[in-house]
Design a protein around this ligand. Structure first.
Ligand code: ZN
Length: 433
């Protein structure tokens, strides 16, 4: 199946391993999301499932926190499964846990385990730092349950059966490339339901190119490329974002507890969902184009970039940037391209990309400057993108040189499709060497 070369727009890779060597890839996991529609009874059943999953999560989290505070050993999940699920169902306070699928409850505990593993790995420096797992609230804007293939199936008529919920109608905006291994049912802040499937697929490499580029992600433009292209978010998206900001302001002026406030909050949630959908669609198009046209794409490491910015700018832009970089990375894996993150120590805006001399600091207002050494006239952002490309090329060359020294002829180990390693729910490849 190497005929289709387009990257699925609604798919998202759930992959944490950025250092994966693409030559060793055998399978990758992608997430496909679809809108689902439910009747009143199903909404009640789902609300109950969301609630039970949340209670199991919170009960188990509380026990682990209390154990930790008391200096006792970490509570193993087998023990928590027994005390907080199996035995809890027999108590009057938790008897209603028996009304929902046991798979939902077990998965909630497994997800908590993963959250703890990620937290501990962050502390040990094995992955980006994240906070400890937090309690879930009934008021959280996003409610979800996750089930494996024991608790859901696809019907001939296009519906999706979920255990103890029933057949949900689905708008299949694209076909699933293979049988899904897990399903997350999500209710978003605007009250919409989505089914998000995890599917295993093989990478479909594009013909190799000899082009590469660097991208400077900035506040003035969304991205500026090394060839001088400046990419701005489209007008419809900026308009929708502006409208959202206006609605948020008007919401904050409404009296607390009033029905007007409740109405305004629902409207804000709907608008927020709309903006998020449009932004994601646009980022998908942009990242697909870049991956199609370039063999290698270099971007700044956002963790490094983040140090230089204010809180406000961070909150507005980081979500979009990190989503964009994540899309580039999984599409690169899928299509046989390379995406490199450049951790820079020297400000890219001060370095002349033509001769490499450091020209000294420049206030943000300076958009164009002339190198005092070689006389090159630079657009500030394009120059930065070229420096990122140069640093990325150097990193990649170094990596391939050192890999060449240590590489042995051990064949990549295959992981059986559909059998994730324990505690590792998703992966894009197998670093087998
Ligand atoms: Zn110069």
């Amino acid at each position: 199946m190497h005929r289709r070369i387009d990257v699925p727009a609604a798919a998202e890779l759930i992959c944490a391993n950025h250092k994966t060597d693409r030559r060793m890839l055998v399978a990758m996991r992608l997430r496909y999301s679809y809108r689902a529609y439910s009747d009143a009874g199903q909404r009640r059943a789902l609300a109950q499932a969301f609630g039970c999953a949340r209670v199991v999560w919170n009960d188990c989290l509380r026990t682990r926190k209390e154990r930790h505070a008391a200096g006792l050993p970490y509570a193993r999940s087998a023990e928590l499964s027994r005390t907080h699920i199996t035995e809890a169902k027999r108590t009057p306070e938790r008897a209603w846990l028996a009304d929902v699928s046991a798979v939902v409850l077990q998965q909630s505990l497994r997800d908590l385990d993963t959250a703890f593993t990620n937290f501990f790995d962050g502390l040990k420096g094995r992955r980006p730092k994240s906070g400890p797992p937090r309690y879930k609230s009934k008021k959280d804007t996003r409610q979800s349950i996750r089930v494996n293939s024991n608790a859901f199936c696809l019907r001939e008529n296009g519906a999706v059966y979920v255990a103890k919920v029933g057949d949900l109608k689905v708008r299949w905006s694209r076909t699933l490339p293979a049988a899904p291994t897990s399903l997350t049912v999500v209710k978003d802040s605007a009250g919409r339901y989505f089914l998000s499937f995890v599917v295993e697929t093989e990478p479909e490499h594009l013909p190799e190119l000899d082009t590469d580029t660097g991208a400077d992600l900035g506040l003035g433009h969304f991205a500026v490329l090394a060839d001088g292209t400046k990419v701005d978010s489209p007008r419809f998206l900026r308009r929708a974002e502006k409208k959202l900001k206006r609605m948020q302001k008007s919401l904050s002026r409404k009296a607390k507890g009033s029905s007007n406030r409740a109405k305004a909050r629902a409207e804000v949630a709907r608008q927020y969902a709309k903006v998020a959908d449009r932004r994601r669609d646009w980022l998908h198009k942009l990242s697909t184009d870049l991956i199609r046209d370039n063999q290698a794409i270099y971007v700044e490491d956002l963790a490094v970039k983040g140090l230089a910015r204010t809180r406000l700018a961070k909150s507005v832009h980081d979500a979009g940037w990190s989503m964009f970089v994540a899309m580039l990375e999984y599409k690169a894996v899928k299509c046989g391209r390379y995406v490199g993150r450049v951790g820079r120590f020297e400000p890219t805006s001060q370095l002349c990309s033509a001769c490499g001399i450091k020209d000294g600091p420049k206030p943000l207002s300076v958009r164009e400057w002339t190198c005092r050494e070689c006389g090159a006239v630079h657009d500030r952002d394009v120059n930065a993108a070229r420096n990122i490309r140069a640093a990325g090329r150097a990193d990649r060359l170094n990596a391939s040189l050192s890999a060449g020294k240590t590489r042995t002829k051990v064949p990549a180990q295959r992981v059986e499709a559909g059998s994730p390693r324990k505690g590792q729910t998703t992966q894009a490849g197998i670093p087998a060497l």
